[in-house]
Design a protein around this ligand. Structure first.
Ligand SMILES: [Zn+2]
Length: 439
């Protein structure tokens, strides 16, 4: 027997000690939210299904800003308090108990602005709606959650906006949007597990094109009127590239693919599950190939700790090189040669296998991460490399992964001892020797 104790205020990631929470596992988020672009007011309820992983006297959710009107646990009012981005809920739950939390809240969303090298992120109000990109920990700027990729859950979104505004979230639309009294409600469902940072509620004036890819995957593409000329190319490329990745990485993990081009000049794209978003520019094939590769690497297979971010960005960067090879625009070897020759000392001093919390999106995590995969391909040969990538995606579909697991699978698949190779490319603060092809 043991007394119930408080769930920890962080999920246990030493890089972001306040992110996520301990003591429970979120399994589903139901977000019923209304947003008014004119007043910039966001409000509604978040219903979270979870399971206790210890006897709990209290637990935390991550939520930044807003006024919380009420919290219930299993339908009964619960005491709560706020401190920084932590919403603490008093309760009395047994280990392994399934429970439902409902949080009613409203206010003006405040995006995160002090990010190391990503600019603003989170729920960003725009003149006609909102641009919502939450990596690494911006979900707290619009809904209460266990805001860390180690805790994935399914989602449904019931989003109400003024008539004429389109609300876009992850997954697929459940029926036609309904309009009453000048307000339109869009219901979206993401029935596959998703990390909180991939959730979106992008709203505004959009032109939309839907259909299916040549390979039969449903496609939803949307473009701000300022980018209307890119809608057809976004639609065509997204379908075609998703189909191609399914041949290289294995079956597409989600129910639909697509993308959103908004006129908010974020200067970046984010691989929001099922619908990458491109902030203020017309995406070219390379970046679409990158964001859609993330649907496998990052979205279906998610990191357990932020230090392993190269498992997302190294793979997506290498995918750009594979796409270029596929299109006859320069082989992966040529791309590798250019990257190796062009890499700065800063890249060789930053080991991508140990992402730094204050410099998470360093070029090394992308480029040297991609180079690590090419070095692996040269070491074990195409006959082992491509089956390894497919097996990696299949074995951990919808799950969480670590670098150690990837190294272990690479060694098992190839029958080779690969410590030296991964050490040189992922963990050493110096330039690895240029590898040569085995055949
Ligand atoms: Zn990326």
């Amino acid at each position: 027997m043991s007394a119930a104790t408080a769930g920890s205020t962080g999920i246990g990631d030493p890089y972001f000690p306040g992110d996520g929470n301990g003591g429970y596992d979120a399994t589903h988020y139901g977000l019923a939210l209304a947003y008014d672009p004119k007043s910039r007011q966001l409000g509604g309820t978040a219903t979270i299904d979870a399971k206790a992983t210890q006897d709990l006297s209290q637990f935390n959710l991550d939520l930044s800003g807003f006024t919380v009107r009420s919290v219930t646990v299993n339908g009964a009012p619960a005491e709560f308090s706020r401190k920084g981005s932590e919403l603490t809920v008093r309760t009395d739950l047994k280990d392994k108990a399934a429970f439902k939390v409902e949080v009613a809240y409203a206010g003006t969303p405040q995006p995160v602005r002090e990010s190391s090298n990503l600019g603003s992120y989170g729920f960003i109000p725009t003149p006609d709606g909102s641009f919502v990109t939450c990596e690494p920990n911006g979900a707290k700027t619009w809904f209460p959650s266990n805001d860390h990729p180690a805790d994935k859950a399914t989602f449904d979104f019931t989003l109400t906006v003024p008539e004429g505004v389109t609300a876009i979230a992850n997954g697929e639309l459940a029926g036609q949007p309904k309009t009453t009294n000048g307000k339109t409600t869009f219901i979206w469902r993401e029935k596959h597990p998703m990390t909180t940072y991939l959730a979106t509620m992008t709203t505004g004036k959009f032109q939309v094109r839907t259909g299916t890819s040549p390979g039969g995957i449903p496609v939803y593409a949307a473009a701000d009127p300022r980018f209307r000329t890119s809608l057809n190319s976004l639609y065509d490329q997204s379908g075609k590239i998703t189909d191609y990745w399914a041949t290289v990485f294995g079956p597409y993990p989600f129910g639909s693919t697509g993308g959103v081009v908004d006129d908010f000049a974020a200067g970046y794209a984010l691989e929001n599950q099922t619908k990458p978003i491109y902030g203020g520019f017309e995406p070219d094939e390379g970046i679409i190939a990158h964001e859609l590769a993330h649907q496998w690497f990052g979205n279906s297979l998610s990191i357990t700790r932020w230090k392993d971010l190269w498992l997302n960005e190294g793979f997506a960067t290498y995918a750009e090189w594979l796409w270029s090879e596929h299109r006859g625009q320069g082989t992966a070897q040529q791309q590798f040669n250019d990257a190796y020759a062009g890499a700065t000392d800063a890249i060789w001093k930053y080991p991508p296998g140990e992402t730094r919390p204050n410099d998470l999106f360093n070029a090394s995590v992308y480029t040297r991460g991609g180079m690590a995969l090419h070095a692996l391909r040269l070491e074990i040969g195409d006959g082992k490399f491509f089956p390894l990538i497919k097996k990696w995606a299949a074995d951990h579909r919808y799950g969480n992964v670590t670098t150690e697991q990837f190294i272990e699978l690479a060694e098992k698949t190839s029958g080779k001892q690969l410590d030296d190779l991964f050490d040189a490319w992922l963990f050493k603060q110096r330039k690895p020797a240029k590898p040569t092809s085995v055949s």
